[in-house]
Design a protein around this ligand. Structure first.
Ligand SMILES: Nc1ncnc2c1ncn2[C@@H]1O[C@H](COP(=O)(O)OP(=O)(O)OP(=O)(O)O)[C@@H](O)[C@H]1O
Ligand SMILES: [Mg+2]
Length: 445
């Protein structure tokens, strides 16, 4: 086939040109032009009324990893395209090989590997066990992979990784934005037409680099993020997009010598504080439909810096700055001359406003040098006026607190009380700061 003239298109505004620009001449964005394959012109197609569309909910394919199934919304949907993103070494290949091993017991499961040799995969498979029936295809050329899948039509296919495949029709190197987009686009078509549930593995760099899976997110049906510090044994898997289920479902895994093991009770693991410890609070945050208890730690240290530091690990920096400001202004906690550090247990990232109150409480405890009341969890949203707003789904949060043996929850006034758990109501952040702190056990001085 003759090679089509190379075209470059802006991923933001659609501007198209015969050469590459660093800055899009039309919309002025930098680095948005990518190599593009021009589409052949096609004629019109008849439309269809929805009533005439035949659709039956296809049976989902269980992956054999209960936590993964839950994040997917109840298993893999046939003919869907799922993207699993995560930093190098976090355990993507391990998790997906375990899943393929379980799937291969009843269905055909293929692993396309462009990254590792078949011997490397075999070694991992031996470590995990049970993967004898998984079929493996070592290939990097997109055309080969697509042709194989179209012919073999396995039920499930994992492509590890999307960055190593390349299409010879494009001139650019594997892993470039143009290539990654083309690879995903073609695999999407194969998935839909041949009914192969396809899982793409994608690398992300710390800054979510351009050639990373970001560009694919709109293309695929489901985006799973595999997070967690690779230096700790706990990994968190969450769905950030799901066309077939709830997003922000969360699963916790532990990395062991025999692979990733699901942690069924993450609250038990992350929600424990040492009684009487200063600067630690337990928050009850909602991850999708799942309430989760998390220990939040804070350190308030005097500083001579003109711009004191506000450093959060696992919390949104803007949210942290806001909470610090509201504490200073409305709860009279002087933080102007202090660095504030906040850390969430287990490498979990929280991006839900219901965690505000627990973050604030940890900071208050650190600033006052007094521990949070024992066996109390906090949840609620902090408003700019210092007033607290009830968090969503408070009943489920309270249930989780009760399940883990807590005695009370500190929550905004108006939070519906259910069950046996005592609710310490507070209307403002200032009231919450008083109610949540065990002043009798404050450090002297
Ligand atoms: N024998 C072992 N015992 C315990 N953990 C191991 C063992 N071998 C590997 N691991 C863990 O597996 C991790 C690598 O997993 P895996 O190769 O699945 O990651 P990945 O996300 O696919 O990485 P990459 O992006 O490089 O492909 C290592 O960081 C290590 O923690
Ligand atoms: Mg890998």
């Amino acid at each position: 086939m003759a090679k089509a003239a190379t075209q470059f298109a802006c991923t933001d505004c659609g501007y198209s040109a015969g050469r590459w620009f660093g800055k899009c001449p039309q919309c002025g964005e930098f680095g948005t032009l990518v190599e593009d394959v021009p589409e052949a012109a096609s004629g019109p197609k008849a439309t269809l009324r929805l009533v005439d569309v035949k659709a039956e909910e296809a049976e989902r394919i269980p992956t054999g990893v209960a936590e993964l199934d839950r994040v997917l919304g109840g298993g893999l949907v046939p003919a869907s395209l799922v993207l699993v993103g995560g930093e190098p070494g976090v355990g993507k290949s391990t998790l997906l090989l375990s899943a393929l091993a379980a799937i291969s017991k009843e269905r055909r499961a293929v692993l396309v590997t462009g990254e590792e040799s078949s011997a490397q995969v075999k070694l991992r498979a031996a470590r995990l066990g049970g993967a004898e029936n998984v079929e493996i295809l070592v290939a990097t050329e997109l055309e080969t992979v697509c042709a194989t899948l179209e012919q073999e039509r396995p039920d499930v296919c994992v492509v590890d990784s999307v960055q190593t495949l390349y299409s010879s029709e494009l001139g650019s190197t594997p892993g470039s934005v143009g290539q990654v987009r083309e690879v995903a686009g073609r695999l999407l078509r194969v998935a839909k037409e041949s009914g192969v549930a396809t899982i793409l593995v994608g690398h992300v760099t710390k800054d979510g680099a351009v050639a990373g899976p970001r560009v694919l997110e709109h293309l695929v049906d489901c985006v799973l993020q595999f997070e967690g510090d690779r230096y700790h044994e706990h990994r968190v898997l969450r769905a950030s997009k799901n066309r077939f289920g709830s997003t922000n479902e969360l699963a916790v895994f532990e990395m062991t010598g025999t692979g990733l093991v699901g942690v069924p009770e993450p609250s038990e693991l992350f929600g424990r504080t040492v009684e009487g410890e200063i600067g630690a609070a337990v928050g009850c945050v909602l991850e999708g439909s799942r309430p989760l208890l998390l220990e939040i730690q804070a350190l308030v240290a005097p500083t001579d810096l003109a711009m004191p530091r506000r450093v959060g690990t696992g919390v949104d920096p803007k949210r942290l700055a806001m909470i610090v400001a509201v504490l200073s202004r409305h709860a009279r906690i002087a933080l102007g001359q202090a660095d504030v550090f906040v850390n969430v247990a287990g490498g979990v990232r929280i991006d839900e406003p219901g965690a505000d109150l627990a973050i604030a409480l940890a900071i208050v405890s650190a600033a006052k040098g007094a521990p949070v009341r024992p066996k109390v969890a906090a949840f609620g949203e902090v408003g700019l006026t210092g007033r607290l707003r009830p968090a969503t789904q408070s009943e489920r949060r309270l249930e989780e607190c009760a399940k883990l043996g807590l005695v009370a929850a500190l929550a905004p006034a108006g939070t519906p009380v259910r069950g046996k758990l005592r609710v310490l109501e507070a209307e403002t952040l200032s009231q919450a700061a008083k109610a949540g702190i065990d002043a009798e056990r404050a450090e002297p001085g």
